[in-house]
Design a protein around this ligand. Sequence first.
Ligand code: ASP
Length: 361
Amino acid sequence: MALFYYINDPKTESLLQSKTIQRSTPLIILVFALAILLSSHSTVSAQEEAPVIAIAIHGGAGTISKQRLTPELEKAYIDTLESALNAGYALLRNGEDGTAAVISAITILEDSPLFNAGIGAVYTYQGEHELDASIMHGQSRKAGAVAGVTSIKNPIIAAQAVIDHSDHVMLSGAGAEEFAHQQGIEKVDNSIFNTQRRLESLQRAKERIDQNLSLHKDALGSDMRFGTVGAVVLDAKGNIVAGTSTGGMTAKRFGRIGDSPIIGAGTFADNESCGVSATGHGEYFIKYNVAADICARMKYQGVTLEQASNMVINRVLKEAGGDGGIVAVDNNGNVSMPFNTPGMYRASIDASGNKTIAIFK
Ligand code: ASP
């Protein structure tokens, strides 16, 4: 402040310039030299220390109605996405394994009634909830999945237990539950997944089905299965991990399983290319092997993550009539989140630290 005043005093300005600066020249040079030394040192150590990490999460894609999305509801979605994103990212920044980051982000979304996974899962035709989840590790290609489980609060944890404590990749139904409970995963009553909003969706769906409309996307509409959740990360060791968790489709019958627990369709990770978690009309994602196809295109066609994921979601899948989207991270920490529906709940932080939280295009 004093110096500023001094310099702005016209009488002393020229004196200052000629005498003060001359006298303090050696000191200024010394300070500059020290600053350059320190900043180059900290740049080197920042480069050495700052790991390349990235995270992308989603909370489902579909025809999100702007009218029904009140400002309060929109804020609730954004806040929940952000806390899941931040939880995963904080673990990555601490150098934790990508598995921990994916599980931490997904369990936050599973525990929120806003999303179609865990609490808030859609209802089956019989009025219950059957949950699917999977997780895959890009370094080892280890993968675990549970399908059609009814008494596991956080199916993503059970999917990881399949990797850690079994020789299998996918367990289903009562067997998956028995396995999970043997591993100490808490058994819950199916009614804990109940929500009024999903019950109303079931009632609307059943009316349409009972008018002889099949369990088909035109009959049920994408509003019947909003909110599948997923996360993909690149951790500080360069490992890609992807996971997905869902309640599937409203009014599903006959033990229907979607793409979410199917490795290659709803979830895929390969350290040499990318990791993907999908959301949308599962039958199409299975038929077009969507998650694995995106990574294969990167690997064998040499295209970028953005090009590969856009080609699959906005060309191949769209032309086939399959609606939905994906979030993906490649081994350089690039993020891609295309969708061919009006909206997709999504959030990401890429390798450069760019943060995105969005719902519509
Ligand atoms: N893909 C999920 C399924 O078909 C649903 C969704 O992502 O909305 O089970």
